[in-house]
Design a binder for this molecule. Sequence first.
Ligand code: MLT
Length: 398
Amino acid sequence: MPKLNENYQNLKESYLFVEIAHRVAKYAEANPDKKIIRLGIGDVTLPLEPLAVAGLHEGVDAMTSTETFKGYGPEQGYDFLRQAVVDYYAENGISIQADDVFISDGAKSDTGNIGDLFAKDNIVLIPDPVYPVYVDTNVMTGREIIYIDANAENNFLPMPDKHVHADLIYICSPNNPTGAAYNKEQLKAWVDYALENDAVIFYDSAYEAFITDPELPRSIFAVEGAKKCAIEFCSLSKTAGFTGTRCGYTVVPQELVFKASNGEEMSVNAMWKRRQTTKFNGTSYIVQKGAAAIFTKEGMAQCRENIAYYQKNAKTISDVLSKKGIRFFGGKNSPYIWFECPKGMDSWDFFDYLLNNAQVVGTPGAGFGKNGQNFFRLTSFGTHESTKEAMERFEKLF
Ligand code: MLT
């Protein structure tokens, strides 16, 4: 008999969004006449930008002739896309090298897989509430996790505690689910903490394109010293509506070097390259052509138009919450709006209440951690029409 990874026994039975989908399917089956509006999982609704589509077509066309056909590509991504990412950072005043960039199929895989490079006996620091992938993947490995409380008192932006040691630190900013985003000074405190503790920060910046405040950094590499202690994960899922198309990128600076127990220095960049070339055959050429097209000036302008569309939804949601006197966070530098459950309900009760009485699906805060117990998340990634209708139903209910 094989010995199983029994750490899986310590996981919840299903992944958060699978659990929600299951509950909604059950309700839909019992109530076939009800029109359900889904503002739960952060999945986009607008079609791809015309230039992304043109790029994808170009990729497909290349596959049709012997001269331009592409088989296996470089596992870390084609040079044209890695360079496009470097240029994108440069526009924000941040200098990285093409060899720091690894093209992927999205931030979920990379934030989930990065743990492969680190031993089991590292202490992991994870804010609560947060995107469940960080917790679940470390539970799968059996690592010790310490949680740091994010709550209304600290505006959901917890700061490092110098009395607590950690080796692997997860930060998501703008945060999923709370929408809170760190400023540069706060991020510097995290970088200083990581450097003092010889720790590494896994910085998830999947929502950077939603930052509207020019004072807020869009990358942890805006902070001096970050290249010695951080890996940044980014995704085109929300920036360019690639949730179904799948493309992201991870920046592993060549400066990120740690000492092994035998005293030898190990480059995390070289380790990630070794890992990816072994376990990953690269993002498809076709998808990378589509991605490269959105990194052009015109492509990015088309992305910005779609983002503005979703930002309008965020305002629709925030306006109703303000009107009803419901305390909320996010929605400004983030596509997520995070609010206190009305009537003192806990978040799963509120989920059922909203589904049963307004046929609106959101995400219960408890799914992101204990500090989400009395909070609820709505996404702005619906259509204008469905968002407006959902909030009209919401307004009537409260
Ligand atoms: C979410 O709703 O939290 C995200 O869409 C999930 C994801 O990006 O995997």
